[in-house]
Every structure is written in structure tokens, then in C-alpha cells.
Design a protein around this ligand. Structure first.
Ligand SMILES: Nc1ncnc2c1ncn2[C@@H]1O[C@H](COP(=O)(O)OP(=O)(O)OP(=O)(O)O)[C@@H](O)[C@H]1O
Ligand SMILES: [Mg+2]
Length: 507
């Protein structure tokens, strides 16, 4: 059929100990946005990697634009008309925006020199079409992830891609940036370009996609028109059971008079933190809400010593504390599960077991020996609890799917028994089923007396989990909500209108 751009049938791919794709089909029509759905480890990224020539397939056929395609590298896939926007963007950050747009296809002057003025002019024109007005002569590293992603997409499209693949592109974007991206996706769609879109955020799927394909444990479940499904139906197709409980269970606020675990006073740092006072109490789940860049992560980093503030004090159980490095913070009993698992989190070539217990090793040490049995038991417990999908605890962590790597990191901090745990976007990249599991665990941690500081861009997640929410904007806490005042509406309102309430309002 002429309106089918990509037709994959019976795709097979095995890794040692794991059958990642077991006869998967995927049909993408021209000019449609097609979602690829499935739990962590279902095989989505593997499918994309086989299609784009990163892995060789073991079986099955791929037809692209009516012709068999057997790309042996992303460059070959690209030449055939397939562009992929990876999570780890394939851009050169220290080069300028315009250089990035034209990597490998720089226009030349008639004397055979790179034609920079044309590049700059064209780059400006292309980005303006996407509604992005930036100085293209500055290094790409000057701009946010969102802008970097837009540049990657603009490049993909200007290389005449017919299919643009986006594997979890929205996981590091805030609400407004997601809308910008969706605007661009709609434009691409109008011009007949097809897209494959991967995201664990169901609202996004229902907003932007036309059709979707569901995978489960490497098998093809089916493909569906979005209009034929609702969220519950989709969840049950993905997880193979009927319902997943995701609701706010909290009532009231029961922490007045509770012991203070940590506090910050007058914290300032560069342009990012403009004087923050905040305390966190024993057993409380405190949420930090705000747009990307509002200072949420920076505040957590200041508390944890990974970014030392210019001014201000940190208190630990009521006493002034010196927290000049993460080692200081860990020494006190803090844990920090970071937002960016690639940069600060995983140690790629070590096993799941080592990654999970690395911070714990000093404690497991007895007369110079690691208590193996204790270590193995802990690791097994968390693999079960968090449903981490791995053939064994000895598997190298970089062979796990994105969501499962995230779970190992969470487990690393949970098994440390911290007194305060900071969770920065704890369920990023985690599927709906596992999310319920993790949220349950967060509540149990708090009930056992741990203070939990949770940063999330997902308002619903904050609503479900927090006893109190501090809303940040431009480096300040502009409003606090607690107990029954916490609702998605109130949080959204506070994020949007916080600054008009006039600076800091601590109670
Ligand atoms: N290079 C590899 N070596 C060994 N196993 C691998 C490798 N890459 C992926 N796997 C395994 O293949 C399975 C599918 O992984 P994949 O990354 O495709 O999942 P995914 O659907 O993208 O999940 P997520 O939503 O968590 O990103 C997982 O069990 C994973 O551990
Ligand atoms: Mg993946």
C-alpha cells in the first residue's frame, strides 16, 4: 500500500540471556505520528536500534518506502531517510548552533571554502520556521536541552528525513517546552513526515499520536488507532492486567511539631538561587514544584553539597552543618538520586549488583571483606521490589533498558537507609506499572521516618505523593501548599502565578 512508509514484519533480536524482540511488527503510515508503547524492557529502544542499524537483526523483514532496508549503521539509515533524535543527542555541544545544523553537509563557496555567511543565514531561517529565535553563532551548550533537541530535529528535517524517530524526547522538557515540541511535530506531520514517538507519559500519547503499537516482553501485542483506546485500556494492554492504582491517598497534614531533619536558610547561588529558606521534617514527603530552571535541582544540589552556595546556611537536625561536598552529605545521612543517570548516576561497565551497592560498600565491609551474603540478599530484595528486569544481578548495567537503569539507581539510595533522601524526577522514564510500585515504596520510606525531598515536573505525581509542596520560581520559594490544599489545580496555579504573590512566603 502506498500510504505505508515503514513496514516491519517478524523482527527478531536476541542478546545473551535475553530475547529482546520476538517477532515484532510495526507499520507506520505516511504523515502519521505513531507511538511505540510498552513497559520498561519491552523492547522499544532495541526495535529502534535495529531499524537504524545500531544492532543487526536476527530475523524478520524491514520495508521502507517500498524497498527492503537493511541499514548497517545510523549513517546508512539516515541516507535512506530515517533520522533519530536520541536521548543522548548526537550533537557537538561546544560548536555553534549553525555548525551543528550543517555537520557533514556544509555549503561551500565557489572557491571550495566553507560558506559561513550562508550557513548562518540558512540556520536562522530554518530555526525561525520552527519558532525558535536564538543566536545561531553561539555554542549549542549555551542553550537548554529543549533548544538542543529542536536543533537536532531541525537538522533531521532539513536532511530530508521521511521518518523522524524520537525515543523519550520529552523526559527532560518542562510543560511549555513539550508544547513547543508538539507544535513542531504537528508542522512536520502537515508536511507529510512520519514520526515514531516513545514516551511513558500517557497524556502526551493521547495528545499527539494518531496510532500506536504495543509491545510486551519483546512480543507484538497489536496496533491501534488512538481513538479506539482510552488510558485504562492502553495500560491493560501494556501491563497485561486491568488497573494500576495511581491516586492521592493522603489526607490532611500531620507534621506540625515534627522534628526538623534538614533546613536551608538564605541560600543564594549565582542567578539560580535567590535566597531560599526551607525546612524538611521527619517522615514528610516534601515536593519541589516549578518549571525547569526555577531552581529546584539547584536547591537540592546545594543541600547535598554538589553545588556549594555563595551564601546561606544548612542545618542538620537543628545544628549548623558543613556540607561542602556530596561526601559530607552522605556522611550525615543524605542520599540523592539524581535527575541525570547518564552523567552522575550509573557506572556503565559495572554490574547491576555493583551499581546498586557501590555507595553501601563501606558499610558492608567487615575486616576488609565485603559481606557477600548480605550484599546478595539486599540486591535480590530490590530487584524483586522494584521489578528490575535483568537476566541476573551480574548483568552489566548498560545492557538494561533505560527505565530499569533508573530503578537500579533508586535502589542504590534506598538500601543506604538515609535519614533524608532527595529524589530528582524519580519516575522519569519509568512505565506506569512500575511507577505505582515506586510511589508505594516512597510512602513506606516516609512512614519509616525518613524525610523525602521529591522533585518532579509531573504535577500529578507531586499531588499523589507529597504532604507539602514548595513551589519555586526564579530561584525562590514563592508558595507552599500542604495537606488538603494540595491539588493539581492549586499546584499548577502556583507555578503559573507564583511570582505575583510577591517574593517568598514562608509560614
Ligand atoms: N546491549 C544489550 N545487551 C544485553 N541486553 C540488552 C541490550 N540492550 C537491551 N537489552 C535488553 O533487551 C530488553 C529490551 O530493552 P529495551 O532497551 O529495548 O527496552 P525499552 O522498551 O526501551 O525499555 P525502557 O522503557 O525502560 O526504555 C531488556 O531486557 C534489556 O535488558
Ligand atoms: Mg528505552
Amino acid at each position: 500500500m502506498a500510504d505505508i512508509l515503514l513496514d516491519i514484519k517478524g523482527l527478531e533480536k536476541a542478546f545473551p540471556g535475553v530475547k529482546a524482540l520476538k517477532g515484532v511488527n510495526l507499520q507506520v503510515r505516511r504523515g502519521e505520528i505513531h507511538a511505540l508503547m510498552g513497559e520498561n524492557g519491552a523492547g522499544k529502544s532495541t526495535l529502534i536500534k535495529v531499524l537504524t542499524g545500531i544492532y543487526a537483526k536476527d530475523g524478520g523483514t524491514i520495508l521502507f518506502d517500498g524497498k527492503p532496508l537493511d541499514a548497517r549503521s545510523p549513517i546508512e539509515a539516515n541516507a535512506a531517510g530515517i533520522s533519530t533524535i536520541y536521548q543522548e543527542l548526537n550533537l557537538v555541544l561546544f560548536q555553534t548552533v549553525y555548525e551543528n545544523l550543517f555537520i557533514g553537509r556544509e555549503p561551500l563557496t565557489k572557491w571550495g571554502r566553507v560558506d559561513r555567511p550562508t550557513m548562518v543565514r540558512e540556520a536562522q531561517r530554518i530555526l525561525q520556521e520552527f519558532g525558535i529565535d536564538i543566536d545561531v553563532t553561539r555554542p549549542l551548550s549555551n542553550y537548554s536541552t529543549a533548544v538542543q533537541q529542536m536543533v537536532a530535529i531541525a537538522r533531521a528535517v532539513s536532511t530530508k528525513a521521511q521518518l523522524v524517530i524520537m525515543d523519550e524526547p520529552t523526559s527532560s522538557l518542562d510543560v511549555q517546552e513539550v508544547q513547543l515540541l508538539f507544535g513542531i511535530m504537528r508542522k512536520l506531520k502537515q508536511s507529510g513526515i512520519s514520526m515514531i514517538f516513545i514516551s511513558h507519559k500517557l497524556d502526551e500519547i493521547f495528545e499527539i499520536c494518531d496510532r500506536l503499537t504495543v509491545l510486551k516482553d519483546g512480543s507484538f501485542v497489536g496496533d491501534y488507532d488512538i481513538d479506539a483506546l482510552d488510558q485504562l485500556k492502553l495500560i491493560s494492554l501494556m501491563v497485561g492486567r486491568d488497573s494500576v492504582e495511581l491516586e492521592r491517598t493522603k489526607k490532611g497534614y500531620a507534621f506540625d511539631g515534627a522534628t526538623q531533619v534538614a533546613a536551608v536558610k538564605g541560600i543564594r547561588r549565582g542567578m539560580q538561587l535567590a535566597g531560599v529558606d526551607l525546612e524538611i521534617l521527619q517522615g514528610e514527603v516534601l515536593g519541589l514544584a516549578g518549571l525547569l530552571g526555577s531552581g529546584r535541582t539547584e536547591l537540592a544540589q546545594a543541600l547535598f553539597g554538589s553545588q556549594v552556595p555563595d551564601e546561606g546556611e544548612i542545618f542538620w537536625w537543628g545544628q549548623p552543618a558543613k556540607v561542602h561536598s556530596p561526601a559530607d552529605a552522605i556522611g550525615l545521612g543524605m542520599g540523592f538520586c539524581t535527575e541525570d543517570r547518564k552523567v552522575e548516576g550509573i557506572i556503565p561497565h559495572l554490574s547491576v549488583k555493583e551499581n546498586m551497592t557501590i555507595a553501601l560498600l563501606p558499610k558492608l565491609n567487615f575486616l576488609g571483606f565485603v559481606r557477600r551474603k548480605q550484599q546478595d540478599e539486599l540486591v535480590k530484595k530490590y530487584i524483586d521490589r522494584l521489578k528490575i528486569k535483568t537476566p541476573s544481578p551480574e548483568q552489566a548495567i548498560n545492557n538494561l533498558s533505560g527505565g530499569n537503569q533508573q530503578k537500579v539507581l533508586l535502589a542504590r539510595w534506598m538500601c543506604m537507609n538515609p535519614k533524608l533522601i532527595i529524589l530528582d524526577e524519580p519516575t522519569r522514564g519509568i512505565d506506569v506499572g512500575a511507577k505505582a510500585e515506586i510511589e508505594q515504596l516512597i510512602q513506606e520510606l516516609a512512614q519509616s521516618g525518613i524525610a523525602v525531598l521529591m522533585i518532579s515536573s509531573e504535577i500529578a505525581e507531586l499531588e499523589r505523593n507529597c504532604d507539602r509542596i514548595a513551589v519555586m520560581r526564579e530561584g525562590r520559594v514563592v508558595q507552599q501548599l500542604k495537606g488538603d490544599d494540595i491539588s493539581q489545580n492549586n499546584i499548577m496555579h502556583a507555578i503559573a502565578s507564583g511570582s505575583e504573590k510577591g517574593g517568598q512566603c514562608n509560614e
